[in-house]
Structure formats: C-alpha cells, structure tokens
Design a protein around this ligand. Structure first.
Ligand code: SAM
Length: 328
C-alpha cells in the first residue's frame, strides 16, 4: 500500500468517537478501535448476522497486539466478556458464526450455548498447516453456528455445491439421474454438509490475498452470508482483520459494520472495499454456484454473464452519501 493510499484509507476509517456520538452513521463503515470500547455504543438489535473470527486460544501477535494462550477456562472467561453482547446486537431472527481451532472449540461451544441456540459445528479443512514430528498436522478450523431463536433465516438453495459426478447413474431411458451433462463435464448439485473441503486459504496469487496473518477466504464468508441473510441485511464483524466479512457483504448486496483494533488492518479492509466497488468476483463462487476446489478452468469456461441475483447495490450505500443512523 502506498503512503497516499494509506492516508486516504485512514480518513475513511471511523474512530471510537464516531460510535459514541449518535450523529454519526456507522453502517457500511470500518471502526478502528478496541471492541470492548465500541460495544456499549452499539444499539440493540442492529444486525442480522454476526461473523466473529476472534484471536484463538493461541499465543499470537497481530501487528503488535499480542494474544496469550491460556487455559480453556480462561479463554471461556474472555469469550464471556463479548459473546453475550452479540445476542443483544442481533435481531430476534439473527444468527452468529463463531470461529476457532480444535483447542478453542470446547470453550466456544460452552459459551455460545449460554446465550444462543446451538445449530451446528462446521468443520473446515483448510488444506494448509505446518506438519509436526510428534503430533498430527493441524488442518482444520471449526465454525460454530447458533441462532437467537427458532425463527431464523436459512437458505440452503443459495449455497448448493457443484460436484463432479463420480458414478454417473442413468435412469431406465438412459437419462442422467440427479446430475447434468454439460460441455465441461458431468456435475451434480449437492446439499452442503457441515464438513467443508472445497475452500482453500487465500494464497499469494489470489487477488483477495493480503498481508494479514489469519485472513479468511471470501468463499467461506459468501456461503455463510448467502445462507443466513437476505439482501439488505446488516452483517457485523467484531474482529474484522483484513475486512473479508465487509468485502463479501458488499459484493453480495448486504450492509456491513466491522471493528478492528489495528489501523494497518483497517486500511487493508478499506483498500479491499474500494476494489469491491468495481470487482464483485468471489473466487470459487460464480453464476450462483459454489464450485469444488481445483475447478478453476471449469468455472472460467462457464463464466459468461455475471450473476446479479444477489449482487444488488447496498442500501444505503457510500455512494449516496447518506450514512445510515442506527435508531437508539
Ligand atoms: C483472527 S483475526 C480476523 C481475521 C479476519 N477474519 C480476516 O479475514 O482478515 C482477529 C483480528 O482481531 C483483531 N483484534 C484483536 N483484539 C481486538 C479487539 N479487542 N478489538 C478489535 N479487534 C481486535 C486483531 O487485530 C485481528 O486482526
């Protein structure tokens, strides 16, 4: 990022003052502040979906902000400082997705269940991790799914997975059974399970890649946002990092709000948001379909016209210069 870019993006990011001053609109914005300072200023029932990718229970340094590994109980105590607040921010029909690795997962389940109705645990095979001589390579992450009530938004039809057919069964008259014969091969649309093997971590050659050390893939966010919100919904990310949640929300015609403590990361998010104004691509999701890993050539052949079903403009958008004011 050039110095000019950084200065421009810094001006777009909101500080804590904007949140405590009700004159400001903070929808479709990035707030650069400590989540714990921001939370009291956010109004109840202001969002439809929370995606939270907090520091895991690991010793890790995020650009100078260090997080220290503790016991499961200590981690649970830290989670209890903000997870119940997510319930206050969510509408009664809202959902939350909470990420962690195997070590953090037990605390995530316990604390989520204290405030929410637990629905599922998605396990994502990241396909990247350091091999170990005296242990199994750590190759998974969990994404816990919970809702405020039994009345919640969920659209499985928007997140079907396009899979290559291995056993191409035909019916009595020789027609494909539950699969399609296309120019680029034989495919079947399948219901997504809670085991996700079709998403890679962003690697250096992907346009979405940034220097953030734990960036989530846009495809992963696209699935969650499409399944659990309708266009125009508000998506909140309390640990925004490089901005993946806001960027995907923007690309899919949802509103967003993100909080991130580190200014560099906030600028990365703003840079990606700027690009999202003209580039709606989400790698691995095209023409309304989620593709398996390593099918880029099939996807390119099929590209043609863009899918506008979910990519309408956000309302209100930055372009209209009408910042949204949360009702207090
Ligand atoms: C696991 S990363 C999130 C990565 C993000 N999902 C992405 O795709 O880039 C966690 C982020 O939380 C931020 N963070 C840690 N403590 C915070 C706090 N108290 N308030 C706001 N952000 C915080 C870190 O700086 C880090 O960028």
């Amino acid at each position: 990022m050039t110095r000019e870019e950084k200065e421009r993006f810094q001006r777009r990011v909101l500080g804590i003052g904007a949140v405590t001053d009700s004159q400001y609109g903070f929808l479709n914005r990035t707030v650069c502040a400590d989540l714990f300072d921001v939370l009291p200023g956010l109004p109840s029932q202001c969002c439809d979906l929370v995606f939270a990718d907090p520091p895991y229970n690991l010793t890790k340094n995020f650009n100078g902000v260090a997080f220290k590994k503790g016991t499961t109980e200590q981690y649970a105590t830290w989670l209890r400082c903000w997870v119940p607040e997510m319930k206050r921010l969510l509408k009664p029909t809202g959902s939350i997705y909470l990420c962690g690795d195997w070590r953090s997962s037990a605390a995530l389940q316990t604390v989520l269940e204290e405030s929410f109705l637990l629905r599922n645990r998605i396990t994502w095979e990241r396909e990247k991790g350091r091999g170990a001589k005296n242990n199994w390579k750590n190759n998974l992450e969990d994404i816990w799914f919970a809702t405020v009530s039994d009345d919640y938004v969920f659209h499985v039809d928007r997140v079907m997975l396009k899979r290559k057919v291995i056993a191409p069964y035909r019916n009595d008259v020789g027609r494909p059974k539950d699969w399609d014969e296309t120019d680029s091969g034989r495919f079947r649309m399948t219901c997504p399970s809670n085991l996700w093997t079709d998403i890679s971590v962003p690697f250096w050659s992907m346009p979405e890649n940034t220097d953030h050390p734990t960036q989530k893939p846009e495809k992963l966010l696209a699935k969650l946002i499409l399944a659990s919100t309708d266009p125009g919904a508000v998506v909140f990310d309390p640990f925004l990092g490089s901005g993946t949640t806001s960027v995907v929300a923007r690309k899919l015609g949802r509103n967003y709000l993100g909080v991130e403590i580190d200014e560099e990361y906030c600028c990365l998010a703003e840079k990606r948001l700027e690009r999202a104004e003209t580039d709606r691509d989400i790698q691995g999701y095209s023409n309304g379909v989620f593709w398996e890993r390593n099918t880029l050539s099939d996807q390119k052949e099929k590209k043609g016209k863009p899918d506008d079903r979910f990519g309408g403009p956000c309302t209100p958008s930055r372009k209209t210069e009408q910042p949204f004011l949360f009702e207090r």
